[in-house]
Design a protein around this ligand. Structure first.
Ligand SMILES: NC(=O)c1ccc[n+]([C@@H]2O[C@H](COP(=O)([O-])OP(=O)(O)OC[C@H]3O[C@@H](n4cnc5c(N)ncnc54)[C@H](O)[C@@H]3O)[C@@H](O)[C@H]2O)c1
Ligand SMILES: [Fe+2]
Length: 426
């Protein structure tokens, strides 16, 4: 349960009501789930299925790298074979900014489309969700940020994730960026959840190692934050623990041997499971801080999470020792017969080691000392108005924590000897 100190602080700061709204929303409202097609070639099978749904014209939303790699071919061949018309908007850039989404909306309208296939990483999927909401609810995108700000049901979306990942193929959220204010905006609406999604590992074999690493740790962060927060359900716990097990088993393999289809498929599943977990149980300070790094410095989302995850977990550990112990067992770095404190420490060490093995830095190159108070303020506001964090952080504590990610204050004991070497070599 939330501690009295935390509750008093939230009430005193006037954030309690907002927090309750967010809690009621994510815990109790029905969240639809897409039909999932899984395995090599499933994006073509998704195309076959969509071709039979009678859409007049489908908009495929993706980015230019994915289009150039030819990853759309299975889907588009199947759409063509099934007689379905489609157009491709392949201009999405990371953390899709508002003007780009407006361009996508205009493209959709000019081509008289009536459905969207979101094809790519979180940026393409979230841009698709934002387009779908804005088409149905024509008002400025900034006004659509928040919980259920559009009255009308968004356009139908189908999804093909190409990273593993954000889990956006199953979540109620779309994260876009507002370049004028250097902020990330989150649109939340359960009706944006795609109707069907294909988890096709063949599309992921060319994902570069550093993106495999960062996006994989994003999925791990979703699972962990969902598991250690206060809005868990049996369902979210099961999904989170499965995801953690799969990630510890497969992420290093996918990172070193990108063509390993089994590891890629299991990472895709893990990302989706983690998505199921956090769309119900939400995230925490890692994401609250990572979103500020993304908004101000354009730090890739997974990388920002990966740098902050060990720091936030260590801060939270006194409040979540039991949960960390369970995570250690799921990650297979300990066994249930070991003492809880030892298991919890083993999990913290395992996260450090995983980051090191994946070449994740311990600090953020772009981070500026002078920005830290504002970053911490925005992160605390995001967390305290929406996330069921297990241990409350004051503004000062948040600043101190972010300061640990400054390059010059790199803490001496973040890595074991072996892992420090690994990270330096990358
Ligand atoms: N909606 C949600 O629930 C949710 C959850 C977490 C993160 N997000 C958001 O998702 C965005 C990040 O998404 P992401 O981490 O998937 O990255 P991304 O979509 O920005 O893609 C990162 C890079 O990887 C490339 N790429 C993607 N798939 C590839 C493939 N198969 N082969 C080669 N290159 C490929 C892209 O072209 C891009 O250059 C952020 O904006 C983040 O805030 C959303
Ligand atoms: Fe995330």
């Amino acid at each position: 349960m939330i501690s009295n100190a935390t509750r008093n602080t939230l009430v005193a700061t006037g954030l309690g009501a907002l927090m309750r709204t967010a809690g009621l929303f994510t815990r109790f409202i029905p969240i639809p789930q897409p039909t999932l097609l899984v395995g090599p070639g499933s994006s073509a099978r998704l195309g076959q299925a969509i071709a039979g749904f009678g859409h007049s014209k489908i908009l495929i939303v993706t980015d230019s790298i994915i289009a150039k790699l030819g990853l759309l071919k299975g889907l588009t061949d199947a759409l063509t074979a099934g007689g379905a018309e489609f157009v491709v908007f392949d201009e999405i850039t990371p953390d899709a900014p508002i003007p780009l989404i407006e361009k996508g909306i205009a493209f959709y309208q000019a081509n008289h489309c009536d459905a969207i296939v979101a094809f790519g990483g979180g940026s393409s999927m979230d841009a698709s969700k934002a387009i779908a909401v804005a088409i149905a609810n024509p008002k400025p995108l900034r006004q659509l940020a928040g919980y259920l700000k559009g009255l009308r049901t968004p356009i139908k979306i189908y999804a093909v994730p190409t990273t593993a990942g954000t889990g956006s193929e199953v979540t109620v959220a779309a994260v876009i960026s507002d370049p004028d204010n250097h902020k990330k905006l989150v649109i939340v609406d359960p009706r944006m959840v795609p109707k069907m999604a294909a988890l096709d590992p063949l599309l992921m074999t060319g994902l570069p190692p550093h993106i495999t690493a960062a996006t994989g740790i994003d999925a791990l962060t979703h699972a962990i934050e969902a598991f250690v927060g206060h809005w868990t359900t049996d369902y979210s716990n099961g999904m989170a623990l499965s995801a953690v097990g799969l990630i510890f088993e497969n992420l290093r393999i996918a990172y070193r041997d990108g063509k390993n289809l089994e590891a890629r498929e299991k990472m895709a599943l893990a990302s989706t499971y983690a998505g199921f977990a956090f769309t119900r149980a939400n995230v925490g300070y890692v994401h609250a801080i990572a979103h500020q790094f993304g908004g101000l410095y354009h730090t890739p989302h997974g990388l920002a999470n990966a740098i902050m995850l060990p720091l936030v977990l260590k801060f939270s550990s006194p409040a979540i020792t039991d949960r960390l112990a369970l995570l250690a067992v799921s990650a297979r770095v300990g066994t249930p017969d070991e003492p809880t404190d030892l298991l919890a420490q083993k999990f913290l060490d395992a996260v450090d080691q995983l980051n090191a093995d994946l070449g994740i830095p311990t600090t953020l190159e772009a981070l500026q000392q002078a920005d830290i108070p504002a970053l911490a303020k925005a992160a605390c506001h995001e967390a305290h108005t929406g996330y069921p964090v297990p241990r409350y952080m004051s503004q000062q504590e948040c600043e101190d924590l972010i300061r640990l990610a400054l390059p010059q204050t790199k803490p001496a004991k973040r890595r074991s000897k072996k892992s420090t070497k690994g990270a330096a070599a990358k």
